[in-house]
Design a protein around this ligand. Structure first.
Ligand code: CTP
Ligand SMILES: C[C@](O)(CO)[C@H](O)COP(=O)(O)O
Length: 383
C-alpha cells in the first residue's frame, strides 16, 4: 500500500488579503484557517504524515495553529509558492513517501473525498488535480474594457490538494527553478508528466481576499449537525494482575493481551469518536505494527480522536461504553472510569456513560477468555 504524505504550503504573505496577519492565520469560526486545513488532513486515515511549509516570521502563529495535531516539524518556505513547494518536497526526502498531496494551507474546506479521488487517479497517472469546469463565459479585459471572449471549452479551475508520485514531482520541481509556475500541475507538465483531472468541489475555496474569508465565515453561521459513531473491540485475557479499563487499572487475577495497554474500553470509544467523523479506525491512526505504540496508554488514542473532532470545529457531546465480561466487576470502579473518560474528552461526567453486562456464561466472554467493549459517541459538527 502506497505511503501518502501531505505537504501543506503556508508560507505566503497574503498581499491580496491585506491585514497585519497572513490570511492562513486569520480566525475562521474560532480556529485559524490553517488549523481547519490541517485538521481535515489529520482526520484522513490514509495520510501517513503531514508537513507544513511556513514563513520563519510565523513560527509562533504556526505552533498555535498546529497544537495537538499529528504533524511533522515545519520547514521554511521561499519567496514564491513554487519555491515553498520545492523546499517542502526536499524536506521529505528522508521520509520518501510514495505519493504526496500538495495542498494550499489557505484552502480550509478540502475534504477526504477529494483526497481519495486524487489518490485513486494516481494509480494510472503521474499526477492528479481536483478541478471545476469553467461554467462562466470568459473575457480578456484591458483597462476596464472587454478585449475578447476566451473560449471556455475544456477549461478548468484547478484546486488543491494536487497529488503526485513523490520522486518525479521533486525532480520536476528541481528542473524548473526560476520559472514562475502557479501550481504543481504546471511543474509536472513541464516534465512531461501525465496529470489527470478529478472532480473538485465548489466549496473547496482558497482564501485569497478578505471577501473570501467573509464568505467562509458564513459557512459556520448556520446550525451544525449531530453525528453518531460506534466502536467495538475485544482483547483476550493473559497472565497479569490487573486490567486497564476506561483508563483505570483494575486489580484482577489476569491481564489483557495487546500491543498497547489493551484498554478495550478506550479502544472502542476511540473507534466510536473516529467513526462519528468518518475518520477511519484506531488501527489506521495507530497501526499495531508500529513499535512506537507498544505499551502506550490508550488515553492517547482517545485524546487524538477528540483532537481531530475539535480540529474540524466539532465537539464530542456524549459517549456511552458497555463492557461485556463476567469478571472483573465493573460497578465499584464505574465512577473512576467515568471521571477518567470525562477528563480525557473534556466532558462533564454526566456526558459519560459506562455500563457493563455479562453474556450469562455464553461465548468467549462467558468462558472468561477475554473482554469485549462496544461504544457510541455523539458528536456535533458545524455545517
Ligand atoms: N511564497 C509562498 C507563497 C504562497 N504560499 C502558500 O501557497 C498557498 C496559495 O498561495 P496564495 O493564495 O497566493 O497565498 P499568498 O502568496 O500568501 O497570497 P498573495 O499572492 O495574495 O500574497 C497559500 O497557502 C500560501 O500560504 C507559500 O507557501 N509560499
Ligand atoms: C495552487 C492553486 O491554488 C491552484 O488553483 C493556485 O494556483 C494558487 O495560486 P496563488 O496565486 O499562489 O494563490
Amino acid at each position: 500500500m502506497s505511503t501518502i504524505a501531505a505537504l501543506v504550503v503556508a508560507a505566503g504573505r497574503g498581499r491580496r488579503f491585506g491585514g497585519d496577519i497572513p490570511k492562513q492565520y486569520q480566525d475562521l469560526a474560532g480556529r485559524c484557517v490553517l488549523r481547519h486545513s490541517l485538521a481535515r488532513l489529520a482526520a484522513d486515515p490514509t495520510i501517513a504524515a503531514i508537513r507544513v511549509v511556513i514563513h520563519p516570521d510565523d513560527i509562533d502563529l504556526y505552533r498555535a495553529a498546529a497544537k495537538g495535531l499529528p504533524v511533522l516539524e515545519p520547514v521554511f518556505g521561499g519567496d514564491t509558492r513554487q519555491d515553498s513547494v520545492r523546499l517542502g518536497l526536499e524536506s521529505l526526502a528522508e521520509l520518501a513517501p510514495d505519493l504526496v498531496l500538495v495542498h494550499d494551507g489557505a484552502r480550509p474546506f478540502a475534504d477526504s473525498g477529494i483526497n481519495a479521488r486524487v489518490v485513486a487517479a494516481l494509480e494510472d497517472n503521474d499526477g492528479a488535480i481536483p478541478a471545476i469546469a469553467v461554467a462562466d463565459t470568459l473575457k480578456r479585459g484591458h483597462q476596464g474594457m472587454v478585449e475578447t471572449t476566451v473560449d471556455r471549452g475544456g477549461l478548468w479551475r484547478a484546486q488543491t490538494p494536487q497529488g503526485f508520485r513523490y520522486a518525479p514531482l521533486l525532480a520536476a520541481h528541481k528542473a524548473v527553478i526560476g520559472h514562475e509556475l502557479t501550481d504543481d500541475a504546471a511543474v509536472a507538465e513541464h516534465a512531461g508528466l501525465r496529470v489527470a483531472l478529478v472532480a473538485g468541489a465548489e466549496d473547496n475555496v482558497k482564501i485569497t481576499t478578505a471577501e473570501d474569508l467573509r464568505r467562509a465565515h458564513a459557512r459556520f453561521s448556520g446550525a451544525g449537525y449531530a453525528t453518531v459513531g460506534n466502536g467495538f473491540d475485544v482483547h483476550r485475557f493473559a497472565p497479569g494482575t490487573g486490567v486497564w479499563l476506561c483508563g483505570v487499572l483494575i486489580a484482577h487475577d489476569q491481564g489483557l493481551e495487546g500491543h498497547s495497554d489493551a484498554d478495550v474500553a478506550l479502544h472502542a470509544l476511540t473507534d466510536a469518536v473516529l467513526g462519528a467523523v468518518s475518520a477511519g479506525d484506531i488501527g489506521a491512526h495507530f497501526p499495531p505494527s508500529d513499535p512506537q505504540w507498544r505499551g502506550v496508554s490508550s488515553d492517547r488514542f482517545l485524546a487524538h480522536a477528540a483532537a481531530l473532532v475539535a480540529g474540524l470545529g466539532g465537539k464530542v457531546v456524549h459517549v456511552d461504553v458497555t463492557l461485556i465480561c463476567e469478571r472483573p466487576k465493573v460497578g465499584p470502579h464505574r465512577p473512576a472510569m467515568r471521571a477518567r473518560v470525562a477528563d480525557i474528552l473534556g466532558l462533564p461526567m454526566d456526558r459519560v456513560s459506562v455500563k457493563a453486562t455479562t453474556t450469562e456464561g455464553l461465548g468467549f466472554t462467558g468462558r472468561r477468555e477475554g473482554i469485549a467493549a462496544q461504544a457510541t459517541a455523539s458528536v456535533w459538527l458545524p455545517a
